[in-house]
Design a protein around this ligand. Structure first.
Ligand SMILES: *Cc1c(COP(=O)(O)O)cnc(C)c1O
Ligand SMILES: [Zn+2]
Length: 414
C-alpha cells in the first residue's frame, strides 16, 4: 500500500529509509516521504481499526502505521500511546471567548506528554536499525518518554538535561524508568549541541525531533483529531512551539491529509511561544528572513528553547497552512494554566500557552468567534507541581481531627 524513503527538505535528494542519517550533505533536514497507493482505502482501514482490540490498532500512532513508519507489527515498540480525548469545555470556551473551542489533551499519553507519539516511532526505528544506545537532549518530557520506550525495547537511554532546570516530576520519571541522566552545566541548547555532535559521530542514536521518525509519530496528533471530527477539519489548530518538532509534524500531517484527499480544506496553524523564548515569533514577524538564536527564559520550561533545530521544517508548516506565530508572557501563561486547572482539566505551563495565545488572537480579531478551533494541551498537570503551588489561591487548611473543629473552620471560611 505504501513505500517510503528519506528526502532532504532543502534540495530534495533521496536516501533509503533505513540508512542511518539525520541530515543531507547540503545541511538540510530530512523527512520521510511516503508514496501511498489506495489513499481512500487507507483511510477506510484506519476507520475499521477503531473496532480492533490489537495493541497496534489501539495505539493512536500505529493505527496509521502505513503512513507513519512502514514496519511489521512485530517490530513496534509501543505503550499503546495516543487515543487522547477531545474535550468541549464551556468554562474554557468562555475564558478564551471562543465558543467553537475544543481541547485535545496529549497529557493523557503513557508518560504524560505528546512526546510518546514521536518516541514510539523513533525507538521502533532504532530497533530496526540495530541501535541500542539512544540519546536525547531534553527539558524533561523527551527524556521521560525516551526512558519509558528504551526500557520497553531493552535499550540504553542516555539523557542530557540542563542542570537544575528540570521539574521534579519529569526527573523522577526519567530516573524511575531507568535512564542514565547527565545534568549539563548549560541550557537546553547546549545539551542539544552535544547530543548532535555525538550522534553525527555515530556514538549514539539521537531521538530528538531532528530525527525524522519522531516527526512521523507526532503527525498522528492531527490525524487522530481529524478522525474524531469525522474528517471535518477545524479552522485553526493552536499549539505551543519550543524546538518546533510538533509544528513541523502538524504541517506535514495537514499537507498529507489534504494531498491524499482525507480532508477538503486545510486547517490553519497558530504556534504560540513564550515571550522570553520567542525566536520563531521574531523570525515570523520579519517575514522568515532568518532565525536569530537567543538566550531563552520562561516559566514554561518545556518551551524554554532559544535555538529551535526544526526551524526550516516549521517555517514550511506555517507557510503551507497560512498559519501564524504569536507570543505570550509568563503572567498570561500562568493565568491560562490556572483557568485550565480550575476547569478540572489541568496541564503543565507550556501547554497553557495555547489558551493564553488563543485568548489574545480572539481579542485582536485574528481568530473569529465563529471559527472552530482545536487547542493542543501538550503535557499533564503533574509534570510540574511547582507551577501549581506558586498559585496564590489554593485552598488547603490544617485542622484538628474532629467534626466540631472542621465545622467551625468551614463556617469561618464562609
Ligand atoms: C516538547 C514540549 C513542547 C514543545 O514542543 P516542540 O515540538 O519542541 O515545539 C511543548 N509542551 C510540552 C509539554 C512539551 O513536552
Ligand atoms: Zn539536501
Amino acid at each position: 500500500m505504501t513505500t517510503a524513503k528519506l528526502q532532504c527538505i532543502a534540495c530534495q535528494q533521496d536516501f533509503p529509509l533505513w540508512e542511518l542519517r539525520y541530515e543531507c550533505g547540503c545541511g538540510g533536514l530530512l523527512e520521510v516521504a511516503h508514496s501511498v497507493k489506495g489513499k481512500s482505502e487507507l483511510k477506510d482501514l484506519v476507520e475499521q481499526r477503531l473496532l480492533s482490540r490489537k495493541p497496534w490498532d489501539r495505539s493512536g500512532v500505529w493505527r496509521f502505521r502505513e503512513a507513519v513508519v512502514p514496519l511489521e507489527t512485530s517490530e513496534l515498540v509501543t505503550h499503546q500511546e495516543g487515543q487522547t480525548g477531545l474535550y468541549d469545555i464551556d468554562t474554557l470556551q468562555d475564558w478564551t471567548g471562543c465558543p467553537g473551542l475544543l481541547l485535545k489533551h496529549e497529557g493523557e499519553n503513557p508518560s504524560g506528554s505528546f512526546k510518546d507519539r514521536g518516541m514510539t516511532a523513533a525507538v521502533s526505528a532504532a530497533k530496526k536499525l540495530g541501535m541500542n544506545r539512544l540519546a536525547c537532549a531534553s527539558t524533561g518530557n523527551t527524556s521521560s518518554s525516551l526512558a519509558a520506550y528504551a526500557a520497553r525495547a531493552g535499550a540504553q537511554a542516555l539523557v542530557f538535561l540542563p542542570a537544575g532546570k528540570v521539574s521534579l516530576g519529569k526527573m523522577a520519571q526519567t530516573l524511575g524508568y531507568g535512564a542514565q541522566a547527565l545534568a549539563i552545566r548549560g541550557d537546553f541548547d547546549d545539551a542539544m549541541r552535544i547530543v548532535r555532535e555525538l550522534a553525527l559521530a555515530g556514538e549514539v542514536y539521537m531521538v530528538n525531533s531532528l530525527n525524522p521518525f519522531r516527526i512521523e509519530g507526532q503527525k498522528t496528533i492531527i490525524w487522530e483529531l481529524l478522525q474524531d471530527l469525522e474528517w471535518n477539519p477545524p479552522d485553526w489548530i493552536v499549539v505551543p512551539g519550543g524546538n518546533l518538532g510538533n509544528t513541523s509534524a502538524f504541517g506535514k500531517a495537514i499537507e498529507e491529509a489534504y494531498q491524499w484527499g482525507w480532508i477538503k480544506k486545510k486547517p490553519r496553524l497558530a504556534v504560540i511561544q513564550a515571550s522570553g523564548a520567542n525566536p520563531f515569533f521574531t523570525s515570523f514577524q520579519a517575514g522568515f528572513k532568518n532565525l536569530v538564536a537567543m538566550q531563552a527564559e520562561t516559566i514554561a520550561t518545556a518551551i524554554r528553547i532559544g535555538n529551535p533545530v526544526n526551524y526550516q521544517r516549521a517555517k514550511q508548516a506555517i507557510e503551507r497552512t497560512q498559519g501564524l506565530v504569536a507570543a505570550v508572557d509568563d503572567a498570561s501563561i500562568l493565568a491560562a494554566k490556572a483557568a485550565i486547572d480550575r476547569a478540572g482539566v489541568g496541564c503543565e505551563p507550556a501547554s497553557a500557552a495555547t489558551l493564553a495565545g488563543l485568548k489574545e488572537l480572539i481579542r485582536s480579531g485574528v481568530v473569529c468567534k465563529t471559527q472552530r478551533v482545536v487547542a493542543i494541551l501538550t503535557g499533564h498537570m503533574l509534570k510540574d507541581t511547582d507551577a501549581i503551588f506558586a498559585s496564590q489561591t489554593l485552598q488547603s487548611h490544617e485542622v484538628d481531627a474532629n467534626a466540631t473543629a472542621i465545622r467551625s473552620l468551614l463556617a469561618a471560611l464562609r
